[in-house]
Design a protein around this ligand. Structure first.
Ligand SMILES: Cc1cc2nc3c(=O)[nH]c(=O)nc-3n(C[C@H](O)[C@H](O)[C@H](O)COP(=O)(O)OP(=O)(O)OC[C@H]3O[C@@H](n4cnc5c(N)ncnc54)[C@H](O)[C@@H]3O)c2cc1C
Length: 392
């Protein structure tokens, strides 16, 4: 197998590198550490950065041209993500719209929905959040109870969503709601809902990092046009599975770039503060090896996606590996740095230093969202090891 980039891909990568050099402002870590930064200012920064990428034709690149894409392959998309990670570019704002809803509309939406929703999703004019989880339905998503009752040419929604990333800033939410209370999977529908609809309230949830990008969304007799249904009534579960397959897609290559960079910074700090014992070297060496395993997992996922294969249980292996590695990496960094790991340096020479304690706190999230590690292990047990379905 040839793992080298082709000449055409090298050209694409080099053009992108040059574009980033000319157009990107400060690295994301510096933006995060700016004492003047607020959550709102960071949201606006991410929105304007997304707009810049969109105008340069870098968003939704692998989608068909008629829906705003460039019709490139998964390989260019993956190079794009890895290069942004390598440059420590700010993340775009509409991660959930472009990452999850876009593929769902491309595979299951109507032509009218694609034309209406995809362009403002790519440009960042309309920000989306994902309304799947509920207080009693997370890993067991099919237990969801938010209801959507047909009333003429509207649905009437009642219920509550939770852990809604970007809920406080989003314009729209894609909701899984129950249209039939008796059919566990076939009674779920996928509905697009404008968040300023009367009867909807969004409340912020503050998390352990001090940020509050999550929200809770409450629906009380919220009326939503029937034309906002994606697919048919009762097809929501099938559509959600497409969305989740994309959520668990090939993220490891970009992640390996980020960890590689952070590992270099950690090694540099260790040198600067004289932490170079055998035990420290062993820990750093182990992280480097694990990062290469992560990269290999990413290449495998990419090879499958590039061949047009729908991600199978290997996506669970990839998800567990990067999220558990993220925790190990951040814990190891704090372990090596000791109390100094709690500090964030702001001097010009230390421009790219990492806020290790924030990264440590944030790493707790990766093994929960998009299917917890326990759930991924269950999938692997069943689909790779052929063990019977666990009892509920
Ligand atoms: C950073 C972050 C962002 C998120 N963003 C969104 C979002 O935008 N939209 C959205 O809808 N949701 C979002 N979520 C919610 C996320 O999808 C849920 O937290 C996740 O599905 C787990 O559900 P839960 O929190 O209800 O935990 P539970 O499902 O109650 O799980 C509790 C514990 O039990 C374990 N467990 C559950 N079932 C099993 C089983 N069958 N076998 C073994 N162990 C099991 C779990 O692994 C976990 O350790 C986000 C979560 C996080 C952390």
């Amino acid at each position: 197998m040839d793992l080298q980039l082709s000449d055409q891909h090298v050209m694409f990568r080099d053009e992108l590198r040059a574009w980033l050099k000319a157009n990107m402002g400060r690295p994301w870590r510096e933006e995060l550490r700016d004492p003047k930064a607020t959550e709102d200012s960071m949201i606006e920064l991410r929105r304007s950065w997304q707009r810049k990428l969109y105008e340069a034709g870098y968003l939704g690149m692998h989608w068909p041209a008629e829906w705003g894409g460039r019709g490139t392959t998964e390989v260019e998309k993956s190079i794009f993500e890895a290069e942004l990670s390598r440059a420590d570019a700010p993340p775009i704002l509409n991660v959930l719209g472009i990452g999850l809803l876009g593929p769902a509309l491309i595979h299951h939406g109507s032509e009218a929905q694609r034309r209406r929703f995809i362009p403002p999703m790519l440009s960042g004019e309309e920000i989306w959040c994902q309304g799947f989880s509920e207080p009693g339905a997370g890993s067991d998503l099919a237990a969801l109870r938010t209801s959507a009752v047909v009333d003429g040419d509207h649905f009437v929604l009642n219920g509550q969503k939770i852990w809604t990333t970007f809920g406080p800033w989003a314009d729209w939410i894609f909701v899984l709601a129950r249209t039939d209370s008796k059919d566990r999977y076939g009674g779920i529908s996928f509905i697009l809902v404008k968040l300023d609809t009367p009867g909807i309230t969004v409340r912020r949830l503050r998390q352990i990092t001090g940020e509050s990008e999550f929200g809770e969304v409450f629906f009380e007799d919220a009326r939503v046009p029937r034309e906002n249904l994606v697919g048919q009534i009762g097809e929501g579960w099938r559509i959600a599975m497409t969305v989740l397959a994309f959520e668990r897609g090939a993220t490891s290559l970009a992640a390996a770039e980020r960890y590689g960079r952070d590992l270099g910074l950690l090694a540099r700090t260790c040198k600067e503060i004289g932490r170079e014992s055998g035990a420290v070297r062993e820990k750093l060496g182990r992280l480097l090896v694990e990062n290469e395993v992560l990269r290999a997992n990413g290449l495998r996922m990419l090879a499958n996606l590039a061949d047009g294969k729908v991600p199978g249980p290997e996506s669970s292996i990839e998800k567990i590996f990067w999220s558990e590695f993220d925790k190990r990496f951040r814990e190891t960094a704090l372990d090596i740095l000791g109390p100094g790991g709690q500090l964030v340096r702001t001097s010009a020479e230390a421009r790219l230093d990492v806020d290790w304690s924030r990264e440590f706190l944030w790493s707790r999230a990766g093994t929960i969202y998009s299917g917890s590690s326990e759930v991924q292990r269950n999938i692997i047990s069943k689909r790779v090891l052929n063990l019977p379905q666990e009892g509920r």
